[in-house]
Design a protein around this ligand. Structure first.
Ligand code: 5AD
Ligand code: SF4
Length: 475
């Protein structure tokens, strides 16, 4: 989906000049991210691009020269939160008229007109593929104009941008391996806000992983809307693009990243049931440092609902993929995403979701009630006909079930010893550390002499539905 850009090439060149001139400056950027992990990873790209023009990031919005909100459109309440926060920042702008406020990410394309022209809440609107243009957009705004770039690209992957890590701890990091999505699930706004799917050069991904290892990082999460359709140098139809270059699938990419260092843990998100191959599972099994954890969103346990959702698989297909995981990587924990109250969902169809959850025995689930999104297939084709109280009742039901399932999953590992990567000090007690095991379960244990970044063998002694508790075992 190509949309307008209010810039010319000459203006961009001017921007580049200011980029260099501004390097020694001390302007402050405050970045707030909403939504998925990809948005958090994108904020690190934004921080990197703007560091080239003399911006350093701040955690204090009151001292910022520029405030960017990296926004999410996936559900309506995500957008409402951003709007509320924008009003708050606009009060700050009344006191400091030089303050620049911008929105980035998924709401940019959707709401540019409303936020910029009608409500006058922002100075800059920049979509997910236009972050290289941010220095120019900021320049433009300092000249008193409003600035917009919501052009979506077929190529942009920010492969050469080395992200400024904004997360705490320096232990875990995200690496974007692809952008956009071509799936067109009928409920989902992502293909409209993030554009067409494109994969990033594997060499640049491996380089980024190496740099992270050198900087002391111990875990990377490879990110994409649908990582199983990662492909390099080969078209969807299987035609090789450049015979001189290597072809890389997701399974092969994971293998390359796993080989960077045995000390570096690999996670990935998100897999798609219609595309997840046994090859990927065999690679997970082969490498000790690829975590035994698969997030495989099902959305619904009923094949008719899945058809309306345009997910490209049936309940039976999904269960066969689960069986493949159990067969090839029996140690793997499995989590999912579920939507309750999708268009036309009957009580019986909902019960199929409940029964599927029990059958799979998910370790964890992210659960949502359906929220109609503009432009999507579902909005155009189906009526959003399930009353909110029923959507929420069904949501409560699956949430209660998931608590039970998580409790059982945690109960099962009591008495076992698990390798935990320490991420930080527990929020509840200074004397405890927290980290995750390979299965992505959070484990808390007494600090002793251990520190973030250590791998520690922890004997699990207690649990709740959310966390495991244990003690370090000296080897
Ligand atoms: N309403 C509710 N949940 C949604 N998701 C995506 N779009 C919607 C929507 N319109 C959920 C899906 C997806 C997760 C990231 O968000 O479960 O997997
Ligand atoms: Fe949305 Fe489906 Fe793409 Fe996920 S796979 S981003 S749910 S369209």
């Amino acid at each position: 989906m190509e949309t307008e850009v209010q810039k010319t090439i000459d203006e961009s060149k001017q921007g580049e000049a200011t980029m260099v001139a501004g390097k020694s400056g001390a302007k402050k950027l405050y970045l707030e991210s909403y939504g998925c992990q990809m948005n958090f990873a994108d904020s690190e790209i934004v921080a990197s691009i703007l560091s080239e023009t003399g911006f350093s990031t701040t955690k204090n919005s009151a001292e910022a020269d520029v405030i960017f909100m990296n926004t999410c459109s996936i559900r309506e309440n995500a957008e409402t939160r951003v709007r509320n926060k924008l009003s708050q920042f606009n009060k700050q702008k009344k006191r400091n008229p030089k303050l620049v406020i911008g929105i980035l990410g998924c709401m940019a394309e959707r709401l540019k007109k409303d936020l910029l022209e009608e409500e006058k809440l922002v100075d800059i609107v920049a979509g997910p593929d236009s972050y290289r243009d941010l220095p120019n957009l900021i320049e433009e705004v300092s000249g008193g104009q409003k600035a917009v770039n919501v052009l979506l690209s077929r190529e942009e992957t920010y492969a050469d941008v080395s992200p400024v890590r904004l997360g705490e701890g320096g232990v875990t990091a995200f690496i974007s391996i692809m952008r956009g999505c071509d799936n067109m699930c009928s409920f989902c706004v992502v293909p409209f806000t993030r554009g067409r799917e494109r994969s990033r050069d594997p060499q640049s991904i491996v380089e980024e992983a190496k740099q992270l290892v050198e900087a002391g990082y111990k875990e990377v999460t490879l990110l994409g809307q649908n990582v199983d359709s990662y492909r390099w140098n080969i078209t969807k139809k299987g035609e090789i693009i450049d015979p001189e270059k290597e072809v890389v699938s997701f399974a092969q990419l994971m293998e390359k990243v796993a080989q960077v260092s045995p000390e570096l843990r690999i996670r990935f998100s998100t897999s798609h049931p219609k595309d997840m191959t046994d090859d990927v599972l065999h690679v997970i099994k082969k490498y000790e440092n690829i975590c035994n954890y698969i997030h495989l969103p099902v959305q619904s346990g009923n094949s008719d609902v899945l058809k309306r959702m345009n997910r490209g698989y049936t309940r039976e297909w999904y269960l066969e993929r689960i069986a493949a995981i159990r067969r090839i990587v029996p140690e793997a924990a499995i989590s999912t995403d579920i939507i309750t109250g999708f268009c036309g969902e009957t009580e019986e169809e909902h019960q199929d979701t409940v029964s599927l959850m029990k059958e799979v025995g998910y370790d964890f689930s992210y659960m949502f009630f359906y929220s109609e999104r503009p432009k999507t297939l579902a909005q155009r084709k189906f009526e959003d006909d399930i009353p909110e109280d029923i959507k929420k009742k069904r949501l409560n039901e699956v949430q209660a079930l998931q608590s039970e399932l998580s409790y059982k999953a945690n109960e099962k590992v009591v008495g076992e010893t698990h390798k935990v990567l320490v991420e930080g000090t527990s929020k509840r007690s200074e004397d405890d550390l927290y980290g995750r095991n390979s299965q992505n379960m959070t484990v808390i244990f007494p600090k002793e002499h251990y520190k973030p970044g250590d791998y520690v063998q922890v004997k699990i002694e207690g649990f709740t539905s959310a966390t495991l508790r244990g003690v370090a075992i000296t080897e």
